[in-house]
Design a protein around this ligand. Structure first.
Ligand SMILES: Cc1cc2nc3c(=O)[nH]c(=O)nc-3n(C[C@H](O)[C@H](O)[C@H](O)COP(=O)(O)O)c2cc1C
Ligand code: SF4
Ligand code: SF4
Ligand code: FES
Length: 637
């Protein structure tokens, strides 16, 4: 590849790529995002390469590796274009049949398709309910490009927004377009992106820097990883455009250490962009020069905070500092620095290409565009979903997520990562945007969405997140460091049946002080899971404290497993599953749990057939005396 020296050369380069491609030629795309790789995607890809060669189809069929499609739990995913036939959970053994049937005979292999609730098979990716209700402005491109081939990105119009910015617009016009679009930061606080760019642009001091925040430390969140792995050029193009608007000539991409594939694909993307003259000196022959370096983070959640992240890039311990002066004015090496999240940057090329009015037309009054969520927990379809701002929680969880697993009752959804709040069932019609989530006591955060069912204990949930945050607090300021420690102690006591009257009020007070007095947003938001669960599920706290009862049957110190003698059918399943040999019984004899040996692992509860329902969890009342050894079952069902 040789350097492109103008917008016209970029256009010509694109036309050459397109003219060498036949849109009707079958193309097998195999998802090789981290999720699909983990379940054997690479072997599936290699099997396709070998089978296509064996059948002599190399000239007739293309094959392409792609990034994550979002539906990782059904991976490895294979989509065959142009018909967009989507096969799920494909193994290398399936490949000869897929080649013979779909590529040669143009027929569909039903058994690898998505099965709808009504039992009907769905062939096209876009018709699968998980995808059907999404608007995938950013994620949708992942399935169309090989992230290691810049040609794929350019074929889809990639870098045309950069060319437009450099040759048709002034930096201020680019900035104004982003301001008008209403784009707000996707990394947590939802700060207006154009306003932040403007602050850095107008701040005194040179050089100015731009940074991509790809620290993504929230448990269960992986949307930034998927964009970086699957379509690194979209982030890079956004970053270069931002640098042009702000007047920066050096950028950094801060990626967490645990994302090796993202780093690998990014490294290739930077090399290819440099080779084509899209990065480096005189980009596309213009007056604008810009360079980027990748900085690998060390995996601390707090390092994602803006001032901590910049300190880490400077080579010091990633700890937040007081922000009397914002990092947009005095950031990296005390120079004006603009930091944005991966998803924020990835939105920029589309805004420049399609215009602020287009972007502004998507979403709600105060929150424009789409948002990617990591939908996980007790929901049938888990994965990455991208929806327009303003879609209700119910639509996301039930229409896209397919509802609650095991047809249990929905209890709550936790949004916004570890410091988000838990929103109860009565808020299911809440439109998901920055303001509405805040009002409900939660937040957008970077887009975590954890669905909980009736078997979730909300006190235990608060304990889990407070534990995570107390381990991740950098310890620099007292309200966060000591507050979280004491909060955790109180919650552990409540979960263990040692809660006392007044604990709830003490927790609330602690939460308020931490929110008011902590130094950075880790501490000021850390009480959200606690305060929201007290607000919406206070009765559960009271049951734990006053009755020593865990209503959901989760807190181990407050429950016992018990086999109801009148329901036990002596099927032996529980005894076989018990890791401690705590269950006695035999064929035809009622099974009994020895409470002294039971570690409350719950395995017996899980395996006891639901039609018997003999293993129960008891909380807040004594365990009935065991039946005498050798008691016969009361008749088979
Ligand atoms: C403890 C903590 C961790 C954070 N982690 C991240 C992160 O992993 N990624 C991110 O983009 N923003 C993170 N943020 C938010 C950043 O401080 C900053 O607001 C954001 O990167 C700005 O980008 P945006 O304007 O595009 O949202 C974190 C904030 C805090 C307080
Ligand atoms: S609020 Fe917590 S994480 Fe932030 S500076 Fe203070 S101790 Fe560190
Ligand atoms: S809860 Fe676990 S240890 Fe206890 S009886 Fe059941 S299987 Fe055995
Ligand atoms: S990694 Fe393949 S669908 Fe996510």
């Amino acid at each position: 590849m040789s350097k492109l020296n103008s917008a016209a050369e970029l256009k010509k380069f694109r036309q050459d790529i397109l003219s060498g491609r036949d849109p009707d030629k079958p193309c097998v795309t195999v998802c090789l995002g981290t999720g699909c790789l983990a379940c054997g995607g690479e072997k599936v890809y290699q099997a396709f390469v070998a089978e296509i060669r064996k059948q002599g189809l190399e000239a007739k069929v293309d094959i392409r590796r792609t990034g994550c499609h979002g539906f990782c739990e059904r991976g490895p995913l294979v989509v065959i274009f142009p018909r967009e036939i989507c096969y799920l959970k494909v193994t290398p053994a399936d490949v000869p049949e897929l080649v013979a049937r779909t590529l040669v005979e143009n027929k569909i292999v039903d058994r690898l398709l998505y099965t709808g609730e009504d039992g009907k098979k769905i062939a096209h990716e876009g018709d699968i309910p998980f995808y059907k209700h999404q608007s995938r402005i950013i994620l949708g491109t992942n399935r169309l490009v090989d992230p290691t081939r810049i040609e794929d990105y350019i074929a889809l119009g990639g870098y045309s927004a950069l060319a437009k910015s450099l040759f048709v617009m002034t930096p201020v016009e680019v900035l104004d377009e982003v301001k008008k679009s209403g784009l707000r930061g996707r990394g947590g606080a939802g700060f207006p992106t154009g306003t932040k760019w403007e602050t850095t642009r107008n701040a005194p001091g040179e050089p100015k820097y731009v940074i991509v925040n790809a620290d993504e430390g929230d448990p269960g969140a992986y949307m930034n990883r998927s964009v970086l792995e699957g379509n690194p050029h979209s982030v890079l193009e956004g970053l270069i455009i931002g640098a042009y608007a702000i007047g920066a000539h050096q950028g950094f991409i801060y990626v967490r250490q645990e994302y090796p594939l993202a780093v690998a694909n990014l490294t290739v993307a930077l090399e290819q962009a440099r080779e084509l003259g899209l990065l480096g000196d005189h980009i596309l022959g213009s007056e604008f020069s810009f360079e980027v370096a990748i900085h690998r983070g060390a995996g601390a959640f707090v390092s994602g905070e803006s001032s901590a992240l910049m300190t880490a890039i400077e080579g010091r311990v990633g700890e937040p500092r007081l922000k009397y002066i914002r990092t947009a004015v005095s950031g990296l090496w005390e120079k004006p620095t603009n930091l944005n999240n991966v998803e924020t940057w990835a939105n920029v090329p589309a805004i420049i290409n399609k215009g602020a009015a287009w972007f502004n037309g998507i979403g709600t009054k105060g929150s424009k565009g789409t948002k990617i969520f990591s939908l996980v927990g007790k929901v049938k379809n888990t994965g990455l979903v991208e929806v327009p701002m303003g879609m209700t929680l119910k639509q996301v969880i039930f229409d896209i997520g397919g509802g609650i697993t095991g047809d249990k009752k929905f209890k709550a959804v936790q949004t916004g990562g570890p410091s988000g709040g838990c929103i109860p069932a009565e808020y299911l019609d809440l439109p998901v945007d920055f303001e509405e989530l805040d009002k409900a006591g939660s937040m957008m955060g970077s887009g975590g969405m954890i669905v909980m069912d009736e078997d979730t204990c909300m006190v235990d949930t608060a304990r889990y997140f407070v534990k995570f945050l107390s381990e991740e607090s950098c310890g620099k300021c007292v309200p966060c460091r000591e507050g979280l420690k004491q909060m955790l102690l109180l919650l552990e006591n409540i979960c263990a049946g040692r809660g006392r009257e007044g604990d709830i009020e003490l927790l609330e007070e602690l939460g308020e002080v931490m929110t008011e007095a902590s130094l950075c947003a880790l501490g000021t938001t850390a009480a959200n899971p606690l305060l929201s669960t007290i607000k919406y599920f206070r009765n559960e706290y009271e049951a734990h404290i006053r009755e020593k009862r865990c209503p959901a049957g989760v807190c181990k110190d407050l429950i016992h497993y018990y086999i109801a003698p009148d329901k036990c059918q002596a099927c032996l399943l529980c005894a076989k599953s018990c890791p401690t040999g705590a269950i006695s019984g035999d064929k035809g004899l009622v099974h009994v749990i020895d409470q002294a040996k039971c570690t409350k692992c719950g395995a017996c509860f899980e395996v006891c057939p639901s039609r018997f329902g003999a293993v129960t969890r008891i909380s807040g009342r004594p365990v009935p005396a065991p039946v005498a050894a050798g008691t016969k079952v009361q008749g088979r069902k």
